[in-house]
Structure formats: structure tokens, C-alpha cells
Write a protein of this length. Structure first.
Length: 497
């Protein structure tokens, strides 16, 4: 009896727009850590203050799923991260609500290791193959913090990737899986610790990666019925120069097929980075190519795929390539420290308020708050946010006639706006305004990823899922949607003129 065919039908990725210049960071720390000058090349993806592992995973998943409002085909969700915002709350549940997935969608968090992203993907592939799911969504996001003036601070990068796993219409067919589990501690972070503790690099390289990763890759190749010389793309996140090539050689894979690990443009995105490299390979691969994606972490995980002739038509609107192209250099190292909570600073009296979240209200209105779902009157067609019992239709305020209406994927533009230096803001001035949507409806909301001079009436914007506020007293993050410039649409409009 042959096994059910399964693989990847869609994928997406996300990297924050801000890119911290490693040269600027190294120069800022030269007085205390002159050795960082050796890493002062390129840039690393830097999350804005209102981004975290969860929000970036949502954006990658939206990229994978596309702009269609109907996502009822997704029946399982796996969220992978070692830096999830909640230790005891289903983070995947927040992702599910933001994506407006069906309540019957099975959800799980996968964490505890730097290979969690590939582990989640393997679990989804096995679930679909076994018939426990039809279309599973895997989303991985990472936002790791590191001590100031550390090598990790420059090596790390923030980002996310997502894949839709199914048995039909595949862009890449799953061929084999291999895994090795070993309590090899290259680094660890205790439950109450803020930062990772790292062991000696030579030990990690020689005793950990070299000995534990090749067996997992060889097992995956054997399960796939593939030899190393048939591999055309080898994805292996590693901050040690040249080590990925040594791992490939140990498995009979040609060193020249080792993929660029995107260190110069993005940095290493932890448990999400194996999926980021896999997504990047799919964007450039051609039909018949064989991709091996592997990652180290308390052992190793490896997956083998063969690209189909449908891959070229499945490339996402943004993907890794688009994310890397949409960048803004950040040379203010102090801003990086502030955004990552590495500086205890005076926020002033305007920040002195209680940000306690009414959890009952959040639950009762979760589709509006987390999913940006408003209402549309079935009698007049008038669209509004928030959804209420009484319609705002002029001259016909009907009662209980509204049906759910999703705003998150709709085109929009700025109607009115303000840049406010008086209210507290993590990145002043605080931009906000009235956003009007194509098809009707308007929402007063924050505008993010902008600087003075970026916003004007008529600016095309798109919706992004972000951190709204942080209740520091109780350790609770509140999420909502914000507007950000739709730069690709704005560029097209300018070109058309």
C-alpha cells in the first residue's frame, strides 16, 4: 500500500522593515567590546517595538494564505517559537484568531528548541499524511533578545516563515524525514531568565553540530530514497563560517549547493530560520530540484522535498525576497536597545496609566479585536467597524441586520491623520488617523513603521497585526491591527502617473 502524497502547497515569510547596521552597533560598543569589529558587516533584521514572534508569524501566514478572506480550508495550526510571548496561554490561539480561522481548527504550540520550526513542519506533514488533517498551517516566528555588546546581538535577526501543508496541488512534495534527539546543551535559557547562556563555540561545533546533524540528514535521505549527490539545495542555519559546507560534505552533499544563510541581510532567526531558508529556496528553485532543510537544536531535524512544476506559480506576494527588499537601515543603536527593553528609561508621567486588559471584553469581541472583523448590514450594504446591533446606515438604522465583514485584507488609505508628540509613544511622534477602506468602512487607528513626513492624506496603507499595549504590571500583551504604508501600491500609483 503506497503512502499518501503530501507536501507544501503554499508558503510565505516576513522580516521586519528595520535593519540594524552591524557597523553602527559595533562602533557604539567599541569602547567596551572592540572584538565586535570582526562582525561589523551587513545588517540584521530588527523588530519594531510593536512586533514580536507572534505578530511576525501572523504576517508570514498571511503571506502564505494570500488575500482571500475565506480560510475555512485550514483545519490545523502549528505555531513554533522559542520566544513566544506567553508561557501559559495558547499562542497559536492568538494566531488563529488574527487569521480568522474556524473555531474547529486544531492548534498547538511547538517550542523548547532551535529546531522547533522544522519539528512543527514535520508534525504537520505527518498529520496530513495520516489523514488527521487536510490542510495544516505551520507558522514560526522568532524575536530573540541578547545582552548588549554580545556576539549574539549581532548574529541574531528577527523574522518568520509559514507553510501550508496539504495532499493536493503541491509546490513541493515531501520525500523524507530524519531526526536525532540528544540533550546536548549548546545554550539554554531558564524559566526566569531574560537571556540565553552559551557554551564554548568549539564544543558546539565539533561535538554538537558535526556529530549530531549528519545522522539526521542521512536518515532523511534514506527515507526519501535520495543520495546526497542528488540534492540541489541544502538549507542549514549556522553562524559558524563554513560549517554548513562541512556538514553537507559529511552527508555526500556537494558544498556548492549550500544555500546562503542570509546572515548579511537578516541574521539568524532562531527556530524560524530553517523555515525561512526553505522558503527562500522554494522561491528560486525549479521543477525537479531536491531541497534538504536541516536544523540543529538538542539533536537535529531534517526534511527532504522535491520541487514540482507548480512552484513557480505559487510564489507569495512578499516572501523572503520581498521582505529583504523592503528595508530601512537603522543606524541608531540606542533605538535598538530601547525597542528590545535593554534600557531602563524614564517614560514620563504620560505613560503612568494602568493598562489592565478586560479579559471578558476581549473574549466577547475577539473577532473584532484580534481578527479586525466588522459588520455589513444585509439590508443596506453599509459597512462599519465596530459591529453593533444598530446599523450606522444613514436614514435607515436597522437592528440586528449585520453579518461579519473582514477588513484585514482590504485595500485602504489615509483620510485624516496626526503626528502627536504629547502622548506617550515608544517611537515618537505617535502617528494615528482615520483609515478608509475600499468597499466602505473606516477605522480610527494607529499608523506604524513611519517617520515624520511619511504620512499624508490619500496614502495607500495596508493592515498589520501588532502589539497595541503592554501591561507591564501583569505581563500581558494586548494586540490589535494598525495601518502601515503599502509601499508597493504607492510605487505603482506613482509609476502610473
Amino acid at each position: 500500500m503506497s503512502e499518501t502524497r503530501v507536501g507544501l502547497s503554499a508558503w510565505g515569510a516576513y522580516a521586519p522593515r528595520l535593519r540594524l547596521s552591524r557597523k553602527a552597533a559595533a562602533q557604539a560598543n567599541a569602547w567596551i567590546a572592540p572584538g565586535l569589529a570582526g562582525k561589523a558587516k551587513g545588517e540584521r533584521a530588527m523588530a519594531n517595538w510593536d512586533e514580536d514572534a507572534l505578530t511576525m508569524a501572523v504576517e508570514a501566514a498571511r503571506d502564505a494564505l494570500g488575500p482571500d478572506d475565506d480560510r475555512s480550508h485550514v483545519d490545523a495550526l502549528y505555531f513554533a517559537s522559542s520566544t513566544a510571548p506567553f508561557s501559559d496561554r495558547l499562542n497559536a490561539g492568538v494566531v488563529s484568531a488574527a487569521l480568522t480561522l474556524e473555531p474547529a481548527t486544531a492548534s498547538a504550540d511547538v517550542t523548547g528548541s532551535q529546531r522547533a520550526g522544522l519539528t512543527a513542519l514535520a508534525q504537520a506533514l505527518n498529520a496530513v499524511r495520516a489523514g488527521g488533517s487536510r490542510n495544516a498551517l505551520v507558522a514560526a516566528g522568532e524575536h530573540r533578545r541578547a545582552r548588549a555588546a554580545s556576539t549574539q546581538e549581532l548574529d541574531f535577526g528577527d523574522g518568520a516563515a509559514a507553510f501550508v501543508v496539504s495532499g493536493d496541488d503541491l509546490a513541493a512534495e515531501f520525500l523524507g524525514h530524519g531526526a536525532v534527539t540528544a540533550d546536548f546543551i549548546d545554550h539554554f535559557r531558564g524559566a526566569d531568565a531574560e537571556f540565553d547562556y552559551y557554551w564554548e563555540e568549539r564544543w558546539i561545533r565539533d561535538e554538537g553540530i558535526i556529530k549530531l546533524v549528519p545522522p539526521a540528514i542521512k536518515a532523511a535521505l534514506q527515507a526519501a530514497g535520495i543520495t546526497g549527490d542528488q540534492v540541489t539545495h541544502f538549507c542549514f542555519p549556522c553562524t559558524f563560517a563554513g560549517l554548513a559546507g562541512n556538514v553537507a560534505k559529511a552527508c555526500g552533499i556537494a558544498p556548492e549547493v549550500v544555500r546562503d544563510n542570509l546572515a548579511a541581510q537578516m541574521g539568524e532567526a532562531g527556530s524560524a530560520h530553517g523555515l525561512v531558508l526553505l522558503a527562500h529556496a522554494l522561491e528560486q528553485a525549479k521543477a525537479g530540484d531536491v531541497i534538504v532543510a536541516a536544523q540543529f537544536g538538542q539533536g537535529a531535524e531534517a526534511l527532504v522535498f522535491r520541487v514540482t512544476d507548480k512552484a513557480s506559480s505559487r510564489r507569495p506576494a512578499r516572501g523572503v525576497t520581498g521582505s529583504l527588499a523592503d528595508r530601512k537601515e537603522e543606524t541608531n543603536y540606542l533605538k535598538f536597545l530601547f525597542f528590545n527593553g535593554l534600557v531602563d528609561w524614564d517614560k514620563g508621567m504620560r505613560a503612568e496609566k494602568d493598562n489592565k486588559t478586560a479579559l471578558t471584553t476581549l473574549y466577547r469581541n475577539s473577532d473584532m479585536i484580534l481578527g479586525l472583523v466588522g459588520g455589513r448590514c444585509t439590508e443596506t450594504g453599509v459597512v462599519q467597524f465596530p459591529r453593533t446591533r444598530i446599523s450606522v446606515a444613514p436614514n435607515k438604522p436597522t437592528v440586528d441586520t449585520q453579518e461579519p465583514y473582514k477588513f484585514a485584507e482590504r485595500k485602504a488609505e489615509v483620510l485624516t491623520w496626526s503626528a502627536d508628540y504629547l502622548t506617550f509613544a515608544m517611537a515618537p511622534p505617535n502617528h494615528y488617523g482615520t483609515i478608509v477602506f475600499e468597499g466602505g468602512g473606516r477605522i480610527f487607528m494607529d499608523i506604524t513603521d513611519v517617520e515624520p513626513g511619511d504620512v499624508d492624506a490619500g496614502l495607500p496603507v495596508k493592515m498589520v497585526f501588532r502589539v497595541k499595549e503592554l501591561d507591564e504590571r501583569r505581563g500581558f500583551k494586548r494586540y490589535f491591527w494598525k495601518a502601515t504604508p503599502d509601499r508597493s501600491r504607492a510605487a505603482k500609483a506613482v509609476a502610473a502617473e
